[in-house]
Design a protein around this ligand. Structure first.
Ligand code: ADP
Ligand code: MG
Length: 720
């Protein structure tokens, strides 16, 4: 095949990198308008005022904008920038940018370079085509981008020039959030407010901003671009809608953490280099479970910055893959039958002075402050389990959650042995000791003894305590992490509010009463919310039965879970902590349902089209070949075994029938608006697509290889 020879004869077009000439250390942050750059280039009072906003969340003084803009422009132009862009994060989950040139005519036939404080602070893209969920009609399209001082500006490079990029929030002219950043910033503010009350009770009164922190691990697939472009389903839907399981899949587990293929490693080094320049602290790279699947993870950062950096990471992965002749797939389930891709979002909260507030220390049982924060998370996850499920809901993530490779759709918390034991003791009247890890000896003298972790890992839990943070594993690989972060920040803020109010009441402001009050609070929380804690195997059938007994939600699909966003409890939560108004929340529900419907519709139409124009023609050609062979042989007096021809004929019939059935369900529409439509697509259209796929995949196993029009799983996953 032409594609295979193109793949095997592939040569890189990228110039080789040299980390000796330019050490990674020098590259790091080279394209960022960082604290150091600001300190060098801004007058002292301006620098100080800006840092106050960045570090402690103080109100931005608009008077500094002109000075900052001018310094930013000079810095950017030195780095070759001709344009600046406000970068924002609309509800599509993608990244958007509008570029403007620095050039302005001077009125005398020449031009000057201009960038004012006003241009830095505010932009007005004509964003009428972004989804607003009814907040904005197209005839009143005004949307504003507003400079986010807390996420540094950076330079985006292109072979032909560079652009100054300014992270911004995106709001309507009524001030309503049209994006993912605005609620994220609001939720961080809410979390800080409530965390301060708890810290105050423990005598920590410095007020240093308590920030949510996030470290997202990104999984992705790499396949050769020749295959990618030969698959209309991958191109338009991000996942294969057809494809028989290859004889060899991931069963040998020979890819996981295996040696990274040469071309892939070259790609990774290039990605990392680009990310270093943008100040993104990427740390870990390795092969993942499925063939052709990999992971990249940064060191955690403040949640807002982590979100912006995550978006840039996804863009960079795709961009750099092209240079190496590959396509990077971040969709949740590009290939049936092998593992899908997730994005584990590691989450915690902490401040400059107090450090990580979810760090248990050596003796968690006596670390009352840690236990309060930890219990608050447990209560939050139990109380708002439906919301956590809803914020990871999408058409593509549905194929992953609950598929015995990703966490189940049931939200529960894994605490590990040590913490579970501590909370068990609390339940019984007070915790007196913590299980400790001890030492791990390997039985080989040359290996040093290691301190053993106090708890093992559990890979099946959707929400796991992993030593000093929680890891939310249900997030899909293509999703923006902003939604999950907003949910976590807000539900934990609500829980901390609950705890602080109880403790403040019980102690009456007297520190002596704190210990007893904490004991009472923890007992109450663990008694009322203990059902959410589950340390066992989340894949097992027993767990599904037990979860039901415990009264935990099992929202299997996006159509089941998205409506949670419309629940009174959720509306009140976001309204109370000023993260989303009811209108803003409703708009999100509408948009996500609409996106779900659009995605499934596109996939269904593609299924019909590919079945009719690619698979059916290949099948009848082969059928014809068999039939002529049969006729010719008979003509010269031989017998021909028509088994294969019979199977072909019946499969071609099944294909035709199933396509007709799919077209019929697709022409129907659900009742009751967009939710009804989503249900119809989920319950009737998706199953009908699978029937078409079944016939097609069987055909793939019979039709002559040279007639088959699509690159196979075998080719895409194993030819590197
Ligand atoms: P694993 O695959 O073993 O779970 P990784 O090292 O791939 O772990 O990823 C763990 C992630 O958790 C990293 O991004 C790390 O920086 C992040 N992390 C560590 N501490 C915190 C914290 N306090 N808050 C948020 N994220 C954290
Ligand atoms: Mg990892």
């Amino acid at each position: 095949m032409a594609a295979i020879s193109a793949v095997t004869n592939w040569q890189t077009t990228a110039a080789p990198l040299n980390f000796v000439e330019t050490p990674a250390k020098d590259l790091f942050g080279a394209n960022v308008f960082s604290r150091t750059v600001m300190q060098e280039r801004l007058p002292k009072p301006v620098f100080k005022s800006l840092q106050k906003t960045i570090e402690s969340g103080a109100k931005l003084d608009p008077a500094v904008a002109d000075i900052v803009a001018s310094a930013m422009k000079d810095w950017a132009i030195e780095k070759g920038a001709t344009h600046y862009a406000h970068v924002f994060f609309p509800l599509t989950g993608l990244t958007a940018e509008k570029h403007d040139s620095f050039l302005s005519p001077d009125g005398e036939g020449g031009a000057i370079l201009e960038f004012s404080g006003k241009q830095l602070i505010q932009g007005e893209p004509d964003g009428s085509s972004f989804p607003s969920g009814g907040i904005r009609a197209t005839f009143e399209a005004r949307g504003y981008t507003i400079w986010d001082v807390t996420s540094p500006a950076y330079i985006l490079e292109n072979a032909n020039g560079t652009t100054l990029c300014i992270p911004t929030a995106f709001v309507s002219w009524t001030g309503e959030a049209l994006d993912k950043k605005t609620p994220l910033l609001r939720s961080m503010q809410a979390l800080n407010g409530q965390a301060q009350r708890i810290l105050m009770l423990f005598g920590k009164t410095d007020g240093a901003f308590v920030s949510a922190t996030a470290g997202p691990e990104q999984e992705y697939f790499l396949i050769d671009r020749h295959f990618y472009f030969a698959r209309p389903d991958l191109l338009a839907a991000g996942r294969t809608l057809f494809g028989a399981k290859p004889p060899k899949g991931q069963e040998f587990e020979d890819h996981y953490f295996g040696a990274i293929p040469e071309r892939v490693l070259a790609f990774m080094l290039d990605v990392e280099r680009e990310l270093y320049k943008l100040g993104i602290p990427v740390k870990t790279r390795h092969n993942e479970v499925a063939p052709g699947q990999y992971e990249i993870a940064p060191i955690f950062e403040s949640a807002n910055l982590a979100n912006d950096h995550q978006q840039l990471t996804m863009i960079t992965l795709k961009r750099v893959a092209e240079k190496y002749g590959m396509a990077c797939l971040t969709q949740e389930k590009p290939f049936a039958g092998v593992n899908g891709s997730g994005k584990h979002v590691n989450w915690s909260l902490g401040s400059k002075t107090q450090g990580n507030l979810l760090d248990p220390g050596d003796n968690p049982h006596s670390n009352a402050q840690f236990l309060v924060f930890c219990a608050a998370v447990i209560r939050a996850v139990n109380k708002y389990q439906g919301l956590l499920r809803a914020v990871v809901a999408s058409a593509s993530n549905d194929h992953r959650l609950g598929a015995n490779e990703a966490p189940p759709a049931i939200i529960s918390i894994f605490l590990g042995d040590q913490l579970t034991d501590v909370f068990e003791q609390i339940k019984k009247g007070g915790a007196k000791s913590s299980l400790s890890g001890g030492t791990l000896t390997v039985g080989v003298d040359v290996l040093p003894p290691l301190p053993k972790d106090a708890g093992d890992r559990n890979r099946t839990s959707p929400f796991a305590f992993t030593g000093n943070r929680f890891e939310f594993r249900a997030v899909g690989a293509s999703q923006s992490i902003a939604g999950p972060l907003v949910a976590m920040n807000t539900i934990v803020a609500e829980s901390l509010d609950f705890c602080a109010t109880k403790l403040e009441k019980a102690t009456g402001g007297k520190p002596e009463g704190l210990h007893a009050a904490v004991q009472g609070l923890l007992t109450e929380i663990i008694n009322e919310n203990g059902r959410i804690v589950f340390n066992g195997n989340g894949y097992s059938a027993e767990w599904h039965a037990e979860a039901e007994e415990r009264g935990l939600l099992n929202l299997k699909t996006a159509a089941d879970s998205l409506p949670v966003l419309g629940a009174n409890e959720v509306r009140d939560l976001f309204e109370k902590y000023e993260v989303l108004t009811p209108r803003e929340l409703q708009s999100r529900l509408d948009i996500y349902l609409e996106q779900y419907c659009k995605s499934v519709c596109v996939e269904a139409k593609l299924t019909v089209e590919m079945a009719k124009t690619m698979i059916f023609p290949a099948a009848v050609r082969y059928q014809n070949e068999l039939a002529s062979t049969c006729a010719n042989l008979k003509f010269v007096g031989y017998e021909f075994d028509t088994n294969t021809l019979d199977t072909m004929t019946s499969l071609v019939r099944s294909l035709q029938d199933s396509v007709a059935a799919l077209e019929k369900t697709l022409a129907h529409h659900g009742h009751d608006g967009v939710l009804g439509e989503a249900r119809h697509l989920c319950e009737s259209v998706l199953p009908a697509m699978l029937v078409v796929r079944e016939a097609a995949d069987e055909l793939e196993g019979i039709v002559a290889d040279d007639l088959w029009p699509l690159p196979t799983y075998q080719e895409m996953l194993f030819i590197k």
